[in-house]
Design a protein around this ligand. Structure first.
Ligand code: NAP
Length: 297
């Protein structure tokens, strides 16, 4: 009888595995890849994922990790992802959003392996949507500036980098990081008032769909790719959709405008992404109603 041969899986390094997107990505990729996931201040465990605790802003540690793990590919999701934090902590956020990203691209270039970067729709000012990949960047806050600089720096250091611009995301939470939908649903269930912008538009997707897009980019692409969702929707209408799908009619949704809420970081009005390039490569964009089914029940 012939012995069964098991082909070892390739090693995928996911930075930011404790984060919302990194955790969702690990769930999506772990059957196909042997995953090494990095964490920093939240040392969580993920089934089937080898966890490495590391400060990615420390180049020597990062280089050592690449040497030890010898990844076949890297998806870099780690970031200071809150624009208000970046606005008030420019130096700290720049280290992870810019420096660590360029270190990562450099090490991927040295190891000659694919590198995927999670950038953001916030590289645009939100005045001339929908945005295609070739639209000039025009950030209006420090977070958007740092991500735009990281894109440029990574592509310069390693032109084979796949820069994926992510939209607003929602979905299942990691043990350490939720998406905006969890507090939204909690407030609705408690019957509280929710003030939501009627003049802020996004093309949201779930963390699951976004992760599938990142894995597609890993296989197929270098350069820039937009991974937005199928529908352009305001925060208020998104709230209404969630309310109706979950049958939470007692919640009070109050329309408000961006100008009514003061925040450290300016908010672009309409960051809708044109993601037709990704769709032509095989990116699947479910409807929001389908994406939200996971929360029903
Ligand atoms: N969420 C969205 O709607 C959205 C929209 C557009 C783009 N993006 C982009 O998508 C990516 C993922 O976002 P997310 O929402 O998943 O972010 P997140 O939940 O805030 O997670 C950030 C991750 O980065 C890690 N990290 C931060 N500083 C680090 C450091 N110095 N060394 C090592 N790891 C560090 C965190 O580790 P610990 O928690 O363990 O410290 C965490 O795993 C980011 O690049 C973000 O800019 C997100």
């Amino acid at each position: 009888m012939k012995e069964k041969i098991t082909i070892p899986k390739k090693r995928l390094l996911v930075t930011g595995a404790s984060g919302f997107l990194g955790w969702n990505l690990c769930q999506e990729a772990k059957d196909k890849w042997d995953i090494y996931g990095t964490v920093y201040s939240h040392p969580i465990e993920i089934e089937q994922v080898k966890i490495i605790r590391i400060d990615l802003t420390d180049y020597d540690s990062l280089k050592k990790m690449f040497h030890e793990v010898r990844p076949d590919a890297v998806i870099h999701t780690a970031a200071a992802s809150n624009p208000n934090y970046c606005q008030t902590h420019r130096t700290e956020s720049e280290k992870i959003n810019l420096d660590a990203s360029i270190y990562t691209a450099g090490l991927c270039a040295d190891h000659k392996i694919p590198c995927v970067f999670t950038s953001t729709d916030s590289v645009f000012n939100g005045l001339t949507p929908p945005y295609k990949e070739d639209a000039p960047v025009s950030p209006i806050n420090i977070y958007g500036e740092q991500k735009a600089c990281a894109e440029e720096g990574m592509l310069k250091r390693y032109p084979k980098t796949a820069v994926c611009r992510m939209p607003l995301m929602f979905g299942l939470p990691s043990p350490a990081s939720a998406s905006f939908i969890q507090p939204m649903i909690k407030a609705m269930r408690e019957g509280g008032e929710l003030k939501l912008f009627t003049d802020e538009y996004r093309t949201p997707v779930s963390g699951k769909t976004a992760s599938q897009g990142l894995l597609l980019a890993l296989e197929k692409l270098s350069g820039i790719l937009h991974l937005g969702g199928r529908e352009r929707i305001s925060r208020y209408d998104f709230g209404k959709l969630v309310q109706n799908l979950l049958g939470l009619q007692n919640a009070v949704l109050t329309p408000c405008m961006q100008k009514d809420v003061a925040m450290p970081a300016s908010r672009p009005p309409d960051l809708s992404l044109d993601s037709s390039k990704a769709v032509s490569l095989g990116y699947k964009q479910p409807t929001l109603a389908d994406e939200l089914k996971v929360f029903v029940g």
